[in-house]
Design a protein around this ligand. Structure first.
Ligand SMILES: *[C@@H]1O[C@H](CO)[C@@H](O)[C@H](O)[C@H]1NC(C)=O
Ligand SMILES: *[C@@H]1O[C@H](CO)[C@@H](O)[C@H](O)[C@H]1NC(C)=O
Ligand SMILES: *[C@@H]1O[C@H](CO)[C@@H](O)[C@H](O)[C@H]1NC(C)=O
Length: 361
């Protein structure tokens, strides 16, 4: 479904080859249409986790740049079964992530993850998936403002991360830091990028010292606080407007990462004695007994109003089943911490990226 690759190839071709190329492109359009049919009949996000000894897709010790936060094995997590699960959709098979194919497909392209630490989790997974397959491929990691740039120099592929917790702007003013739900100047960084994967949610309920703003502004009104779910919705609407006015679908493909779930309350998966995810070694078979996060409904509503094509990476349900996938006491805080929000690497975000990859086949 990489039509954009073929179409730019056609445009830049010389006149003598035009007829031949038209035929070739026609053929590719037909193939693409057929591909769309088959993918629309298969929902990648409905399925189950199956044990597969050929997983994980990489050895985390061969990926030197996984941050300590996600390095569960290095931090002493003893059980490894959680790395051996593959996501199996109900109605089709996912193609296994193929890093060499990925390098060829995305040669010269820019990919950006925009969002909070869950975006960082997925970004690191993708760089590991690529690096571990071709460890000799030279790479270069730099940082410009909020953007970390991981470049595979041999292929001219840049896999970037814009650390941006709310998507909309936080502006320092005289009264303090103002979260501006109608303003998305930060979006100037995202123009003309080939693949964009957005995400925001986990910071919307932050209060107290870790809340990185003092006032919230919407519709010309500034206040100390507003309903957080409404604030989330307003920000998504601003982002949706940005997509509609700035994305050229012939050049860019837009995804939303979806809502990544946490596991702090065992009652949700019928294990009331579990006060967190610690000691969880296996996924749930599904369907998940607990409720869907309300933020997902808000997100889906806003996505349905966007004119430009945006694909939801609807990873909530499949990740809800992975109570075993979090760092727990093998994360940033170590034995005194309890991280049931982020995901171990290797781990669940590798599956998010495997599904992302399948959208391009
Ligand atoms: C996720 O689960 C909810 C509630 O069980 C269900 O309504 C929804 O269709 C599921 N979505 C997917 C993509 O499986
Ligand atoms: C790494 O990237 C930066 C920014 O693009 C560039 O200035 C630098 O020359 C690159 N270094 C290497 C070794 O390619
Ligand atoms: C845990 O989940 C159950 C069931 O959804 C709910 O009744 C309970 O209040 C939750 N406990 C906490 C501490 O959030």
């Amino acid at each position: 479904m990489d039509y954009w690759v073929h179409s730019s190839f056609c445009v830049s071709s010389i006149a003598a080859l035009l007829l031949l190329l038209l035929l070739v492109c026609d053929y590719q359009v037909v193939v693409r249409a057929r591909g769309d049919e088959s993918s629309s009949s298969c929902d990648f996000f409905k399925g189950r986790w199956v044990l597969d000894q050929s997983y994980p897709l990489y050895d985390p010790s061969s990926c030197p740049f996984i941050e300590r936060e996600f390095s569960c094995q290095k931090n002493g997590r003893p059980d490894q079964i959680h790395t051996k699960y593959r996501w199996q959709p109900l109605d089709c098979d996912l193609a296994r992530f193929d890093a060499l194919d990925f390098f060829e497909r995305f040669r010269g392209k820019n990919i950006i993850f925009v969002g909070d630490s869950l975006s960082r989790n997925q970004w690191q997974s993708l760089t590991c998936l690529l690096h571990s397959a071709v460890p000799t491929a030279t790479n270069n990691v730099t940082r410009v403002d909020t953007v970390s740039i991981f470049e595979f120099t041999d292929y001219g592929i840049r896999v970037m991360l814009d650390s941006n917790m709310y998507l909309v702007d936080i502006v320092k003013e005289k009264i303090g830091r103002v979260l501006k739900l109608d303003s998305i100047v930060g979006g100037n960084l995202w123009k003309d990028i080939d693949v964009l994967i957005f995400n925001t949610w986990h910071w919307w309920n932050r209060r107290g010292p870790s809340q990185p703003w003092d006032y919230v502004e919407v519709g010309g009104q500034t206040s100390k606080d507003i309903d957080r779910m409404l604030a989330f919705q307003k920000a998504l609407e601003t982002w949706a407007g940005w997509v509609d006015s700035n994305i050229d679908p012939a050049k860019s493909r837009v995804f939303f990462q979806g809502i990544s779930p946490s596991h702090y309350n065992g009652s949700e998966w019928h294990e009331p004695s579990a006060k967190s995810c610690v000691g969880q070694k296996e996924p749930l078979l599904g369907p998940y007994p607990g409720a869907s996060p309300p933020a997902l409904g808000v997100l889906k509503n806003v996505l349905s109003t966007i004119q430009k094509p945006v694909t939801l990476l609807d990873i909530t349900n499949l990740s809800l089943l992975r109570k075993d996938g979090h760092p727990s006491i093998y994360g940033l805080g170590g034995r005194t911490g309890m991280d049931c929000t982020h995901w171990c690497l290797c781990g669940v975000p590798d599956t998010w990226n495997e599904i992302l990859y399948n959208f391009f086949l």
